[in-house]
Design a protein around this ligand. Structure first.
Ligand SMILES: [Zn+2]
Length: 319
């Protein structure tokens, strides 16, 4: 398959000013309003090469935004990987040892294993435990429409609708390779009130991705009552005022690679709708992966096609 060669239009911001926040954990800053209210956590750089989130948080810091009630914590997650960012090989800095976003299982976090990412996840964990609402900012390999990944809980879908951006809401299950921060603890429990969203703001290095990340973050902070509309509008970008008719895609399965080699049947980029049931999606070793129903939507086909990884997720429009 030809590899699309995306220009790196975004520059990684200097986040050193945010190293010594007031929390005792590097690159984690909490602002307390002094007024009762929820604790909001916004995280960037869960994947070190997804720099749109760092740009969005940098803009929030520079604007001096403070929560109107409750607390607001802004955290840069995988700073070690981010430090390795090189615009000539921008895919290389996703992580140092392992994916920070596949470690969010108490057995793993409390276990004996060590890695750069585990150390960082353990340091960030108290803030994830303390948060009532979480927005985790990501970006994608291919240039497709932004996606709000809500998980399967109704309250997360409802929050995505209150945020109102982007147009596409994806109710996704997790990855076989390990749970994400967004699904950790109460965020993934039906009986809890803790609510988390994950935004895939666009292609990793396109200019617009940083604007989407910023505007979705601002709308999220308004939706959870942390900022007023006027506070947010002061630094808003081109997407802030948009009100698209949102559509929901339900993910029915993640295609986990079991063979030595996974090859897609076509040069899929994501959000293709394959009209006929049984259409060949790819070959996982000797196994053919075919669409299980008509009008099957391909979600985020991956270019990291190793055993145990998610090759693509399959879903359908439900609303
Ligand atoms: Zn990511």
């Amino acid at each position: 398959m030809p590899e699309p060669n995306y220009a790196v239009e975004l520059s990684p911001p200097d986040i050193e000013p945010y190293r010594s926040g007031d929390t005792g954990v590097d690159y984690v800053t909490t602002f307390a309003s002094g007024i009762a209210g929820p604790h909001i956590l916004v995280t960037a750089l869960t994947h070190g090469n997804e720099i749109c989130g760092a740009i969005a948080l940098d803009r929030l810091f520079r604007a001096g935004l403070r929560p109107r009630r409750g607390k607001l914590t802004l955290a840069f997650d995988n700073v070690a990987a981010y430090r390795n960012f090189n615009p000539r090989i921008p895919v290389a800095s996703r992580f140092v040892d392992e994916d920070f976003n596949r470690l969010w299982d108490p057995m793993v976090l409390d276990g004996p294993r060590q890695s750069n990412e585990l150390a960082r996840a353990r340091a960030v964990r108290p803030f994830v435990d303390a948060a009532d609402f979480l927005l985790d900012i990501h970006s994608m390999q291919y240039a497709t429409a932004p996606l709000m990944l809500t998980g399967v809980l109704d309250r997360s879908v409802a929050l995505a609708r209150r945020v109102g951006l982007p147009e596409l809401i994806v109710c996704d299950k997790g990855h076989a390779a390990g749970p994400r921060m967004r699904d950790y603890g109460g965020f993934g429990e039906p009986a809890s009130a803790k609510t988390a969203l994950l935004i895939e703001a666009g292609q990793h290095w396109q200019r617009d991705t940083a604007d989407v990340a910023t505007d979705v973050t601002l709308r999220f902070l308004v939706a959870v009552g942390s900022l007023s509309e006027d506070d947010a509008a002061a630094i808003a970008g081109p997407h802030f005022a948009a009100s698209p008719t949102q559509r929901v895609i339900e993910v029915t399965e993640a295609v986990t690679i079991t063979g030595d080699k996974f090859v897609f049947a076509s040069d899929f980029r994501g959000l293709e709708v394959l009209s006929s049931r049984g259409t060949l999606v790819g070959r996982d070793g000797d196994r053919e992966v075919r669409t299980p129903y008509d009008d099957c939507v391909l979600i985020m086909p991956s270019r990291r096609l190793g055993t145990g990884q998610t090759a693509v997720r399959l879903g359908r429009f439900v609303a």
